[in-house]
Design a protein around this ligand. Sequence first.
Ligand SMILES: [Zn+2]
Length: 82
Amino acid sequence: MTPTPDTVHLTPDEIELWAQGLLPAARDVHLAWCAECRQTAERERKLLRELAQLTRFAPEFGFVERVMAKVKIPTPSGGFKN
Ligand SMILES: [Zn+2]
């Protein structure tokens, strides 16, 4: 007995596609009524988003050092003293 496409739970691969907005509409239909897959898909999308942010903001080597050099608090030189 072959289940119709929209009754089959999404595979991890399909959920990944969905999170990227690439899931075919035929499979997207399943998410409309399957709370289980929707929950999994939302979690995957959140994870992907967090990963994307991590990648975007991942400091390259030496980044912290360069930033720290810029924001280094000037040491009091005595110039403000009367
Ligand atoms: Zn499902």
